[in-house]
Ligand binder design. Structure first.
Ligand code: NAD
Length: 349
């Protein structure tokens, strides 16, 4: 068997712990360890999962020791032992960490909280899988951008996009956060258009997309309200629903499934029981897809905590040329993660 790529994860919060779990399940990747700044229940959980734990971000090994949590070394030790590090530190800390990775000559994957120029290219598997080949650094775009890029890549290659206008209804905080809001209010984002459209263009350069955003008091998911003018519209909305449902990383709910909104999506996730109750797919409703002439209207929901997780795995595979194309990499990733793979395919261009 070919040598597995040795992966470390620096930052073991919402995204980092999920990426670590995903990497540990891949047949061609080996999780060498995870790095954390302070002891916490999550640090203890890393040990329980069998992940060697390293101390990063100015943390103190003695603090872990006094909490009874064994550490395997410092970030520097972890970096000495891996082929690539996935940085999942908080927004803007990844940029500071980039200097450490460069100094060690270690390839790095950054997250969407960093500006695009933190890495040589921005990445989304469906939109621009091949961009990663032989890169030293990649940035996996943010949760909202990932959701928009997947849908736009698919819709553009199937029917052509004349223009795309999206309103992003953003969750106020992640479920584990207790210091963010609003808890009672709807906050328009006065950056107009919002940063999401330009961010989508870091992976789909020619997409004519404009976005606005509003923050609402929920922690469950984001919802995108999309208005797309198609160049070559299909006969009806059912064809669009069929194409999207048959594509990897899309989950279409039918009317009879009685999923009215994000609360039932999360209940579906709890029942399905992937790790952390995750929903790594773009969530669509059959009844939430409408075609009026050339105008496609559709809603999609995005589980912010997990949608970027398979993309991090594909970014590593692209960087090390472990799979010939997006479809092959996504199938390996998704099978290992327990997502639906059979009967799924990306439409030809
Ligand atoms: P988080 O706060 O949940 O986790 C960050 C972790 O990094 C924490 O465990 C923190 O202790 C640790 N940390 C702090 N300083 C560090 C340092 N110097 N070195 C290493 N680790 C350090 O944050 P998150 O939500 O997982 O976000 C991580 C990145 O992923 C950000 O760029 C964010 O924008 C992006 N992202 C987040 C979401 C989301 O909805 N949570 C979605 C997509 C992308």
């Amino acid at each position: 068997m070919a040598k597995r790529i040795r992966v470390g994860v620096n930052g073991f919060g919402t995204i980092g712990k999920r990426v670590a779990d995903a990497v540990a399940r891949q047949p061609d990747l080996e999780l060498i360890g995870v790095a954390k700044t302070r002891p916490s229940f999550e640090a203890e959980d890393a040990i329980r999962r069998g992940y060697p734990l390293y101390v990063s971000g100015g943390g103190d090994r003695a603090a872990f020791a006094s909490a009874g949590i064994a550490t395997a070394g410092t970030l520097d030790d972890l970096l000495s032992d891996v082929d690539v590090i996935v940085d999942a530190a908080p927004d803007k800390v990844g940029r500071e960490n980039a200097a450490l990775y460069r100094a060690k000559g270690i390839r790095a994957i950054f997250q969407g909280g960093e500006k695009a120029d933190v890495a040589q290219a921005s990445f989304n598997a469906m939109a621009n899988y091949a961009v990663g080949h032989d890169k030293q650094s990649l940035r996996v775009v943010s949760c909202n951008t990932t959701g928009l890029a997947r849908a736009a890549a698919l819709i553009d290659r199937s029917w052509g996009v004349e223009s795309w206008d999206a309103t992003i209804v953003r969750r106020a905080a992640d479920p584990a956060e207790s210091k963010k809001g609003p808890i009672n209010g709807i906050l328009p984002t006065f950056q107009m258009p919002s940063h999401h459209g330009p961010d989508v263009r870091t992976v789909l350069q020619d997409l004519p997309i404009t976005t606005l955003a509003v923050v609402v008091p929920t922690t469950l998911m984001h919802v995108h309200v999309n208005r797309v003018r198609l160049r070559h519209p299909p006969a009806n909305a059912a064809e669009i629903a069929r194409t999207l449902a048959a594509s990897p990383r899309f989950r279409l709910f039918r009317g009879w499934e009685r999923v009215e909104g994000t609360p039932q999506v999360m209940e579906f996730a709890r029942d399905r029981g992937l790790g952390h109750n995750d929903v790594m797919e773009n969530v669509l409703w059959e009844e939430g897809i409408g075609l009026h002439g050339a105008d496609l209207h559709f809603f999609q929901a995005i589980h912010q905590e997990s949608i970027v997780v398979p993309e991090n795995v594909d970014a590593i595979r692209s960087m090390f040329s472990l799979a010939p194309n997006a479809e092959a990499s996504m199938a390996i990733t998704d099978r290992a993660l327990g997502l639906l793979v059979e009967g799924k395919s990306i439409p030809a261009r």
